[in-house]
Every structure is written in C-alpha cells, then in structure tokens.
Design a protein around this ligand. Structure first.
Ligand SMILES: C[S@@+](CC[C@H](N)C(=O)[O-])C[C@H]1O[C@@H](n2cnc3c(N)ncnc32)[C@H](O)[C@@H]1O
Length: 182
C-alpha cells in the first residue's frame, strides 16, 4: 500500500517528507547546480536540503511553517498570489489530496508558474494514466518526461502500515529543459 491509498487516516496536509535519495537521483538527471529552484511545498525541508547539497540556490515555501531553518515563507502554491521571482525550476513532492486532486492542482499551477523554467514533481507512477489527466501529461505541450523510479520509496510519516510503499513513484517533468537535462 502506498501513501496514496485511502484506507487509513491521512497525515494532515499530506505531510509525507521525501527521503533524500529520491532528490539526489533527480539532481543527477537535471542540472540544478548554481540555479535558483523553488521548493514550493517544502515541509520540514528534506527535499530543500538535498537540493542545496546538489548545488542549487533554494527558495523554500509551504502553506505551513514546519520550523525548517531555511524556510523562506508561507505561500499557498495553489492560490492566485503572484510570485515576483523567476526560477530555473520548481521541484517538489506535492500533497496528493482526495483522489489526487491536490496534486492535479499543483501541476496546473506549476505549469502556469514555471515561466521559462521547468516543473519536476514526484507523483505515483500511474498518475498520468487517468484519462481525466491527459491535459497534464501526454496532451500537454509542456510535458517533457516521466522518470520511473525502480526503487520503492518508504515514506516518512507513515508508521501504521508496515510495507507502506509498494506503489512505484515517478518524476513528472514539464517545461524548458533544454539546458537542464544532464
Ligand atoms: C508530501 S509533503 C512533501 C514535503 C516536502 N516537499 C518533501 O518532499 O519532503 C506535502 C507538503 O505540501 C504542503 N502543502 C499542502 N498544501 C499546500 C499548498 N496549497 N501550498 C503549498 N504547500 C502545500 C504540506 O504542508 C506538506 O508539507
């Protein structure tokens, strides 16, 4: 059972921090060294720290302040609020929400917010297979790649399910990647 199964109580706001090896893998595939990256749902900063370790300058926001020392500020990514800065990329593991609706909203907002940069989101590997999500993947001009992880992610914060991460995970990437794919 993965973190997106519905048969157990979800953590509030889907706060499931990402193990650093997942972010390290992404930073081997996308060149983020010396680039400005927005971690737009940073939680306690585990992805942000891994991105910083990979050489990125990271701007870390979330709808809640979890006490991460590098926290830049509260920002609801799905709101209409304007972000005055431009970024080379937006990277996060978004909240999933009921039937994946929050993650869908993150993709829609990310595509609008990414400008000339890229958007890389950690999602369930089958997330793109729903017909209702065609406009976010195969039917989306900005969609570039889906990278499927062959190793399973064990999510922090899920203690009530022993084998909690049987579901595979993928990185969905959209946007201007011409200078970024290594
Ligand atoms: C799956 S956790 C991921 C945390 C972090 N990105 C990581 O991978 O370790 C999802 C995060 O999304 C945040 N979140 C939920 N709704 C949000 C919103 N509308 N705008 C920004 N962050 C949001 C939650 O507070 C939580 O920290």
């Amino acid at each position: 059972m993965g973190k997106h199964e519905t048969s157990y109580a979800r953590v509030e706001r889907d706060f499931y921090p990402t193990p650093s090896w997942v972010t390290e893998l992404l930073s081997k595939l996308i060149n983020i060294r010396s680039k400005d990256v927005w971690e737009c749902a940073c939680g306690d900063g585990r992805m942000s720290d891994a991105l910083i370790d990979a050489g990125a300058r990271v701007f870390s926001t979330d709808v809640v302040d979890y006490g991460y020392p590098g926290f830049t500020g509260i920002f609801d990514f799905t709101s209409d609020r304007f972000m005055a800065r431009e970024f080379a990329g937006i990277i996060t593991n978004p909240p999933f929400g009921p039937r994946g609706k929050w993650a869908e909203r993150f993709i829609e907002c990310g595509i609008l917010r990414m400008g000339n940069g890229f958007l890389a989101l950690l999602l369930p590997a089958d997330f793109d297979s729903a017909k209702t999500r065609m406009h976010l993947f195969g039917g989306c001009e900005q969609f570039v790649a889906k990278l499927v992880l062959t190793r399973r992610v064990k999510w922090f914060g899920i203690r009530q399910i022993p084998a909690c991460s049987r579901r595979r995970t993928a990185l969905g990437i959209s946007g201007g990647m011409s200078n970024s794919v290594t």
